[in-house]
Ligand binder design. Sequence first.
Ligand code: GLA
Length: 402
Amino acid sequence: MISRLLLAIALLTTLQSISQKFEGLAMRPPMGWNSWNTFETKISEQLVKETADIMVSSGMRDAGYLYIVLDDGWMAKERDSISGDLVPDPVKFPGGMKALVDYVHAKGLKFGLYNCAGTKTCAGYPGTRGYEYQDARFYAKLGIDYLKYDWCNTDGITAREAYTTMSNAIKAARRPIVFSLCEWGTYQPWEWAKPVGHLWRTTGDIYPCFDCEFNHGTWSSWGVMRILDMRKNIRQYAGPDHWNDPDMMEVGNGMSEGEDRAHFSLWAMQAAPLIAGNDLRSMSKKTLDILTNKDVIAVDQDPLGIQGFSAGIRDSVETWFKPLTGGDWALCFLNRSSSPKALVADWAKMGLNDTVSSARFDPIATNYRMRNLWTGRAAGATSTVLRAIIPPHDVVLLRLYK
Ligand code: GLA
């Protein structure tokens, strides 16, 4: 009996010690760029090089965008018939993947790739199922830093096991790689993936509209407001090194400037990974200004890593709170309607306790000074009622200093 118990304990300890991700690789929400939202499988060596160049010359790298991630479509249709290794598409990447990874690294950036837990990726390229350890060694040899791991063609396997296996395979290959789970929140990864990965998708795919559903036939992708509303009550599962991921950004992909601002602000309020999904080579100055607003990025990247929350909606204006380091707060007033709305923030009535973080917003005890993070201007203090007009589908985003 006792020996059985000891055996069980030994087994559990072993299992635990092998099901640990590389710790500490994503103490702030990862920031970078991913090819999918704009290019889908139409990717190339040229695109990656140009994107990396602009990441540096535009100031995006210095603003914090580090990862360049190639999504689906980077592989040839078949594995190598002898070794079984994945084969980067020789037409799209004539110089080879290793040289491209080196190019990106030489720019002071990091490199990511995509694969899938199933037999094939969502776009029909070779999946990793049954090749987990081999593929992890392949990535380690290439020197990549980030792996997005999808969930198509996965009949007969369970998400927790499949993602744990890949996490263990990455660990065994001994190269620290940020592990991004992409099973769309189907099996509640926030409940089990903290030791497995560094971020996990919480929803289906995003679509570049403010508030729409785009029906693909058997599945839909979703506008920014739909994604925002899709998962309630999971903010307590997010924190440094383990983030909820409401999908890559659509800033610069066709929404209005106000909508892009709202999208970026709300991703920051959620402490979401900030993965740009636009064509950096042709982005406007306005798009770049949104993506590189340092004050808004600081809200997202705040070291406490507390995901913000909605405190309710009145007359189409939703109020979001995010506790920040040093007793500061970020407050975001989101106008969801298509007409301008008057904002009247009567601070004395807005105090609250955040039960998840125990942070207290107490404008009666504290006269917080305020800054409007989109105008960059001082916005008074909480001793005075704040009045503003919020344009349609736009935000007023404030940092309140203790
Ligand atoms: C899924 C993912 C997307 C993207 C595509 C690639 O839909 O959720 O983010 O990676 O697959 O095929």
